[in-house]
Design a protein around this ligand. Structure first.
Ligand SMILES: C[S@@+](CC[C@H](N)C(=O)[O-])C[C@H]1O[C@@H](n2cnc3c(N)ncnc32)[C@H](O)[C@@H]1O
Ligand code: SF4
Ligand code: SF4
Length: 454
């Protein structure tokens, strides 16, 4: 009998230890005696250990009776992945250009690129989409409008054409926009509203905070225009996600934003959904002053929700991948699938079409031709070797992740980060994944103690 290498533990009190089996997803609270057993200090045959406990530890995967058991479970997980229906999202960027200059935008100088797709390019895009739909017929196909900023005066004819083409194919659409020119698209949105499944706008805090972060290129804040966009979307009965990109600058003002949202009648509106999301720095440039590492951000967000309990229902911890499963088990919710890979880019679940005629595996790679998966102008041409490189990146293909006890909670980290920081997609950047898990457990220690004493 062996102790699994995929257990992590957290001391709740002198009498209770939380253990997590990252392979089976089991989460349990045990006493120090059982913990000693798992550390290998006692033999399971020791008469002090209740045989029923041993049986439970075996059942939940903490003790292994068969050397190959963990490999078998990994095999089952891989098979389950292969069987689940996958998505294929076509992310369309009519331009990389943007009318805003948000302080933290990961697109940075790419938004100064003023090239736009031409109407003819939309035909090339849809010819490529048709081919990809044929070759990936068993996927769930959707379109996301993205940019730069997709809804600009200059993109209007392009957006109309995209909506027409999507409509001919009954392809559902999601829109990610800063909302500042949304009013000019009312007619197009209205005609196609059955196709438009959601629209996401970003509102980063109360007016003074939002305006200092999300300014137009002329320096004017965009809070009022963004709020107007939300109201317009609601008038059109379009499902709206209000995204709040959280960092050191705005975290403490989140309750004030929600107070504003309550006064606007947005909180209880079934068409509105809030998403608190971390400001990310996957290229690890560290050039943004208010950036907070994920472990610290999780702690700060949970502190804010402790002080303002009504916010809890808006804080979807699933956006922090490493703690998604643990928080679902501890606080209730749908447990996450173990993560064989980090995100949709590692399974060709997303294809980004740029105005430069190239296609990319993720929006962070846009404009960087070194990372392109192929071209779509004048016809689809795929770079099979690059696609293979992205597709084959799983926790099982990377030596460092294969041996890592938290691999199935982490998924091997962001592939783009690995390329940017280490120049090798298979040399992962851990991005404080372990620290984030323990920061989370530290933040909910009181809850864990209550559970331990129950
Ligand atoms: C890059 S923008 C492009 C679409 C559109 N211009 C907009 O702002 O929604 C897409 C999304 O990325 C978010 N975003 C930009 N920079 C980010 C960063 N560093 N970390 C996390 N999200 C970011 C924006 O808030 C927006 O929701
Ligand atoms: S509006 Fe969107 S693309 Fe433009 S700078 Fe802001 S986050 Fe970036
Ligand atoms: S990226 Fe780092 S933390 Fe994540 S699975 Fe790989 S080695 Fe583990």
């Amino acid at each position: 009998m062996k102790v699994s290498k995929r257990i992590i533990s957290y001391q709740i009190s002198g009498e209770s230890i939380l253990i997590i089996n990252t392979l089976t997803g089991a989460v349990d609270i045990i006493n120090p005696q059982v913990y000693q057993l798992l550390r290998g200090d006692f033999l399971p045959e020791n008469p002090q250990i209740d045989p029923e406990i041993i049986t439970t530890l075996i059942k939940r995967g903490y003790l292994i009776t068969n050397e190959d058991r963990e490999e078998q479970v990994l095999g089952h997980i891989t098979e389950a992945y292969a069987k689940t229906q996958k998505r294929l999202t076509f992310v369309l960027c009519p331009t990389y250009s943007c009318n805003l200059k948000c302080t933290y935008c990961f697109e940075g100088e790419l938004t100064y690129d003023h090239s736009f797709m031409e109407k003819k390019d939309i035909d090339f895009v849809f010819a490529a989409i048709d081919e990809l739909r044929r070759t990936h017929a068993n996927r769930k196909h959707t379109i996301t409008l993205f940019g730069g900023e997709p809804l600009l005066p200059k993109t209007k004819p392009l957006i109309s054409k995209i909506l027409d083409e999507a409509s001919k194919r009954s392809l559902p659409i999601h829109i990610v926009t800063n909302g500042t020119h949304l009013g000019r698209f009312t007619k197009e949105l209205n005609i196609n509203k059955s196709l438009i499944k959601s629209c996401q706008v970003t509102l980063d805090g109360p007016k003074s905070i939002h305006d200092s972060r999300r300014k137009s290129t002329t320096g004017k804040g965009t809070f009022d225009l963004t709020c107007l966009a939300v109201d317009r979307l609601l008038d059109l009965q379009i499902k709206t996600t209000i995204r709040i990109n959280a960092d050191l600058q705005n975290i403490d003002s989140i309750p004030t934003l929600f107070e504003f949202a309550r006064l606007k009648g947005w909180i209880d509106n079934p068409l509105i959904n809030f998403m608190i999301s971390p400001v990310l720095d996957h290229s690890c440039k560290k050039s943004y002053a208010y950036f907070v590492p994920e472990d610290e951000l999780v702690g700060r967000l949970l502190q804010v929700t402790k002080e303002n309990p009504y916010l809890e229902k808006f804080l979807e911890l699933g956006v922090f991948k490493t703690i998604g499963h643990i928080s679902a088990v501890i606080r209730g919710g749908r447990p996450f699938q173990p993560l064989l890979y980090y995100c949709e880019a590692n399974n060709l679940e997303q294809i980004v079409f740029g105005p430069d005629g190239y296609i990319y595996p993720c929006t962070e790679c846009m404009g960087n031709r070194e990372f392109a998966l192929g071209e779509f102008k004048p016809y689809l041409k795929l770079y099979d070797e690059i696609i293979k490189m992205w597709n084959e990146r799983t926790i099982l293909s990377m030596e460092k992740c294969r041996e890592c006890d938290i691999a199935l909670l982490c998924g091997g980290g962001c592939a783009y980060s690995a390329l940017m920081v280490n120049g090798d997609i298979n040399q992962p950047v851990c991005n404080r994944a372990r620290e984030t898990i323990f920061a989370y457990l530290g933040s909910i220690k009181d809850e864990l103690l209550l559970k331990a004493n129950a």
